[in-house]
Design a protein around this ligand. Structure first.
Ligand code: NAP
Length: 248
C-alpha cells in the first residue's frame, strides 16, 4: 500500500509516517518542505503517482475565517481533484470533534475545517473523516489562545483531550484497513471543564497566570463527542482535576 501523507513532516503527519512505515507501508510525504504546495498546485500530480491512500493532516496558522477557509478548502479541493485523476482509493482527513456540516461556530479556524470537510465530501474519492478532540499536549497552547492582557479567560465548556499517539494509532489503523469508514471520532478517557483544566495545567507548570471563568461564547458542549467515539486510555498528565460528567 502506498500512502501520501499531506503534511507528512508536521506534528501529526511525522508520527503517522513512523507508524505506517513500521507496518511495512510505502509512505510519501507531501508538504511544503517536500516541494509540494496544494495551494499553488506545485508537484501535486507528481507526488500522487501510484498512491492508494491520502492522509490529509495539513494545517495553517491562520485563524481568521477568510484565510482559514481559503487554506483548508483550497488544499483539500486540490488533493481531491488530483487524487481522483491518480486513482486514489481512500482519502483520510483529520478534523476536529464539533466540526460538521452544520457547525455554527464563529471561530474562523473551525469554519475553515467545516469548508475542508465539505470539499472532501464534494469529491468522489471514498473517505474517512477522523474527528479528534484537542491533543493533551495542545492544552497549554489553548490556554495561551484564551489569554487577554495576561489573564486566561476560560469558559466552563466541556473538553475531553486525547493523547496524540492514540490519535496517530487510529489514523494508521484506518489507513492500513484500506476501508473507508465515513465519519469517526476519538476523544480522551476523561472529560473536564475548560476552566478547571487550564487552572490545573498552569499550576502544574508553575505558571502564575490567573484563570477567570467567563461566559461561554457558544455551545458549551461543542468540543466533546455526542455520539459513538473511540475512547483513548491515556489519562491527562496533570492529576486531581474535577471530572465533568460524560453523559448529560
Ligand atoms: N491541535 C489539536 O489539538 C488538534 C485537534 C484535532 C485536529 N487537529 C488537526 O490536526 C491537523 C494537523 O495538525 P499539526 O499540528 O500536525 O499541523 P502542523 O504540525 O502545523 O503540520 C502541518 C503540515 O502542513 C504542511 N503544509 C502547510 N501548508 C501547506 C501547503 N500549502 N502545501 C503543502 N503542505 C502544506 C506543512 O508543511 P511543512 O512542514 O513543510 O511546512 C506541515 O507538514 C490539522 O488539520 C488540525 O486541524 C488538531
Amino acid at each position: 500500500m502506498k500512502v501520501l501523507i499531506a503534511g507528512g513532516r508536521g506534528r501529526v503527519g511525522s508520527k503517522v509516517a513512523d507508524v505506517l512505515e513500521a507496518h511495512g507501508a510505502e509512505v510519501v510525504s507531501g508538504g511544503l518542505d517536500d516541494g509540494v504546495d496544494y495551494i499553488a498546485g506545485t508537484k501535486v500530480a507528481e507526488v500522487l503517482k501510484g498512491v492508494d491512500t491520502i492522509i490529509n493532516v495539513l494545517n495553517t496558522g491562520s485563524f481568521d475565517e477568510e484565510a482559514a477557509v481559503r487554506f483548508f478548502e483550497g488544499t483539500t479541493h486540490s488533493l481531491t481533484e488530483a487524487g481522483e485523476r491518480a486513482g486514489v482509493k481512500h482519502h483520510i482527513l483529520l478534523s476536529i470533534v464539533g466540526v460538521g456540516d452544520e457547525d455554527g461556530s464563529d471561530i474562523g479556524y473551525y469554519l475553515g475545517k467545516v469548508a475542508q470537510e465539505k470539499a472532501l465530501k464534494a469529491g468522489s474519492i471514498p473517505y474517512t473523516i477522523v474527528r479528534s478532540t484537542q491533543f493533551q499536549g495542545y492544552i497549554p497552547v489553548l490556554a495561551d489562545q484564551h489569554t487577554v492582557d495576561g489573564v486566561v479567560q476560560a469558559p466552563r465548556d466541556l473538553i475531553q483531550p486525547v493523547e496524540l499517539d492514540e490519535l496517530v494509532a487510529l489514523l494508521a489503523e484506518v489507513a492500513l484497513s484500506g476501508t473507508p469508514q465515513g465519519e469517526i471520532e476519538i476523544a480522551g478517557p476523561e472529560r473536564f471543564y475548560m476552566d478547571d483544566l487550564f487552572r490545573a495545567t498552569l499550576a502544574a507548570a508553575d505558571d502564575p497566570r490567573e484563570v477567570v471563568t467567563v461566559d461561554s461564547a457558544g455551545d458549551p458542549d461543542a468540543l466533546v463527542p455526542h455520539g459513538a467515539y473511540r475512547a483513548g486510555t491515556v489519562l491527562y498528565p496533570v492529576r486531581g482535576i474535577p471530572l465533568a460528567p460524560t453523559t448529560h
